[in-house]
Ligand binder design. Structure first.
Ligand SMILES: [Zn+2]
Ligand SMILES: [Zn+2]
Length: 240
């Protein structure tokens, strides 16, 4: 009742633009957080994706993409809810770079659209280095994982990242990125990792190189399987 009255005086606005939300918001999920124009910029990943890396295909799935055939990643599957663009990218940027925690509802709502493709025992958010964590004040992967999977086992302490390569990632080749990332994670509690099926969670999957290194660390510590999930994924047109 109070909330309804408050909405009349201060109409809720879109998470990423100044437009007011429609009086009858489109559901309680992520759509209810964005105005119709911004909703239209959100592109959910289609059902036909590479079964391993989760990149979309323009034709029927059922086989691996060329990248996964040539160089199989250490994680078994990777899935994202949306393409990293439009309102999804704006919302992630506001959370990460402006500390806007009101974005968590929209982004956790998007993560709820993730297909649950495989069974897992424990959720591990991709860690930040202590330096980056101190600068940002929070780990967006942890905040989003907690909101997206309420009541599920969450163990941020299973993976740490003592140092983080501060390199202009876009300018690096794949080989250089892999080299820079190699050895940057630790599994401080291998006793808890051994035999576990881990769902590694991050806000965005770009090349997947960082998550691959995190997965390698968990597997070396005895994890039975590592899957990867994220709110969004960068998609090159050439992959479709
Ligand atoms: Zn909007
Ligand atoms: Zn693939």
């Amino acid at each position: 009742m109070l909330e309804a009255l408050a909405d009349l005086w201060w109409p809720p606005v879109c998470a990423v633009c100044p437009r007011a939300l429609p009086l009858a918001p489109a559901g309680s999920g992520w759509r209810g957080c964005f105005c119709p124009a911004c909703q239209d910029t959100v592109e959910l990943l289609p059902a036909s994706v590479c079964p391993v890396c989760g990149r979309p295909f323009h034709h029927a799935a059922g086989h691996l993409c060329g990248d996964c055939l040539a160089d199989p990643p250490p994680f078994l599957t990777a899935r994202a809810a949306a393409v990293y663009k439009g309102a999804a990218a704006l919302s992630i940027g506001r959370l990460k770079y402006h500390g806007d925690l009101t974005q968590v509802r929209a982004l956790a709502g998007l993560a709820a659209a993730l297909p649950e493709t495989s069974a897992w025992d424990v959720l591990v958010p991709l860690p930040l280095s202590p330096r980056k964590l101190a600068a940002r004040g929070f780990n967006q992967a942890l905040v989003l994982a907690r909101a997206a999977f309420p009541g599920r086992p969450l163990e941020p302490g299973l993976l740490s990242r003592p140092v983080e390569a501060e390199l202009p990632q876009a300018a690096l080749s794949r080989r250089e990125r892999l080299k820079a990332i190699r050895g940057s994670f630790r599994a401080p509690a291998p006793g808890l990792v051994r035999g576990a099926r881990v769902l590694l969670f991050d806000d965005v999957i770009t090349t997947g190189a960082t998550a691959a290194e995190a997965a390698r660390t968990l597997l070396a510590a005895g994890a039975r399987a590592v899957h990867l999930a994220a709110v969004a994924m960068t998609v090159r047109d050439s992959w479709r």
